[in-house]
Design a protein around this ligand. Structure first.
Ligand code: ZN
Length: 298
């Protein structure tokens, strides 16, 4: 299995975590647009972070990590990132994209200067409340910002490490669990944290997961690796989803597009796939959307 997420826990139940390794599909995903080396690395880290964030999701839905520039309408010197999105769903399907001039470079903080980074949890079941929180753009790396988010917004002390080298992406998370319900103590947590801090970037990218966990936690009570789950790095857009998007856009907007271009053409922001609708196909969308469900024929 080339793309995998391996959750792990401990006998004393003080913490849990996960290791993610991604390679298949990464070149395609990050190759759709011309990114600077710095932005490509950041986008790789976003891609590696998403499955970690979904490890303990516990319900069907989607997690979005989205950066939006607040300065898009102002003229600012230098090239800036306008938009960056990472997404993962409960099947561990991951995709990510950014919009920025090809020369936009710099550190995490420089790349995302002048905007906000939001983490959104969207349950598939609309009766469950969606949840949104800001991730402060601070620290040298995305991993620092995510650690701060977990500590401040979720009250969960967390260690996160992310790495991107070419088309190989990796991530590691160690997160404290409520001590009250565990057999272990605060001292046990602090011990694990010290051990996890010895993880190097080369190890994270290269060492087989079982060996990595055995090496890191050799000195602590029973680390338990659970079975690995497959992670899919690819866009999951399809015509049905694009059709829903056009219906949401409204008939007037779509009619205007058709009047202008002779057809409605939509390009997926994640994978650059084109979807085209002839005037007849577009009309059929709205006819079908207006039809009461009882009259729908299968
Ligand atoms: Zn797509």
């Amino acid at each position: 299995m080339n793309n995998s997420l391996t959750p792990f826990g401990f006998v004393h139940q003080v913490a849990h975590g996960a290791v993610v390794r991604l390679h298949d599909g990464v070149g395609e995903l990050l190759g759709h647009r011309p990114y600077s080396d710095d932005l490509r690395r950041l986008l790789g880290e976003v891609t590696a972070a998403m499955p970690l964030l979904a490890t303990h999701l516990g319900f069907e839905g989607r997690i979005n990590l989205q950066f939006q520039s607040l300065e898009a309408t102002r003229t600012i010197p230098g090239a800036r990132t306008q938009l960056m999105v990472g997404q993962v769903d409960h099947h561990l399907r991951v995709r990510a994209m950014a919009k920025a001039p090809p020369e936009a470079g710099g550190s995490f903080r420089e790349l995302l200067e002048g905007g906000v980074l939001a983490l959104m949890v969207e349950p598939a079941d609309s009766r469950r409340a969606a949840h949104q929180a800001l991730v402060l753009i601070q620290g040298e790396r995305l991993q620092d910002a995510l650690e701060t988010y977990f500590r401040q917004s979720e009250q969960l002390p967390t260690l996160i490490r992310l790495a991107a080298r070419g088309d190989t992406l990796a991530g590691f998370m160690l997160q404290r669990l409520p001590i009250e319900s565990a057999a272990g103590t605060q001292a046990d947590w602090e011990h694990l944290l010290i051990l996890a801090q010895t993880l190097t970037e080369a190890e994270l990218l290269e060492t087989p997961v079982e060996r990595l966990l055995a090496r890191l936690f050799a000195d602590s009570p029973g680390v338990i690796a659970q079975s690995s789950r497959a992670v899919q790095v690819s866009c999951n857009c399809d015509r049905a989803g694009i059709s829903r998007l056009l219906i949401a856009l409204g008939k007037d907007e779509v009619d205007a597009l058709i009047a202008e271009q002779g057809q409605a053409s939509v390009t997926c922001e994640f994978c650059s796939r084109h979807y085209r609708y002839t005037p007849e196909q577009a009309m059929e969308l709205f006819v079908a959307a207006d039809r009461p469900p009882s009259a729908t024929r299968h």
